[in-house]
Design a protein around this ligand. Structure first.
Ligand code: SF4
Length: 133
């Protein structure tokens, strides 16, 4: 192998090595910048936890008598058995529409398919409560 060919291969290997190292460093920086799933860091939650809490004054929430605290439901006609489950045992955290995503502001939070883009509290309740299979 003559000198110019050797020189070319040495430079090519150097460029490829530099590119690989740069990619690895960038990937590591992106990984470190991303908070762990389900975290609620002081700088603000990300992922599903970044969604706002469902406002009980939201039109649909009101129509479904959504209450952030199951214990605050006062109307007797709402406190009925559903799917064979006594009202006292009905909460978002055991509703078929609920999937927990983590803890936000010290409260367990979840997604509800009835309220996309919002978080509901695990101890909340609404009239669409449905027994988890
Ligand atoms: S549908 Fe279920 S999870 Fe959604 S707000 Fe009502 S009780 Fe909670």
């Amino acid at each position: 192998m003559n000198n110019s060919r050797r020189s070319f291969f040495v430079r090519a290997v150097g460029v490829v090595t530099f590119g690989l190292i740069s990619s690895l460093v960038n990937a590591e920086e992106r990984r470190r910048a991303r908070p762990a799933a389900g975290s609620d860091k002081a700088g603000g939650a990300t992922g599903p936890l970044a969604n706002p809490w469902l406002d009980p004054k939201d039109q649909t929430a009101q129509a479904l008598s959504y209450s952030e605290k199951h214990a605050d439901v006062k109307k007797a006609d709402l406190k009925v058995e559903r799917n064979g489950v006594a009202f006292e045992k009905q909460k978002c955290n055991n509703c078929s529409f609920y999937s927990e995503v983590g803890t936000k502001e010290g409260t367990k939070a979840g997604n509800c398919t009835i309220f996309p883009g919002k978080l509901v509290k695990s101890e909340a309740w609404c009239t669409s409560w449905n027994k988890k299979a």
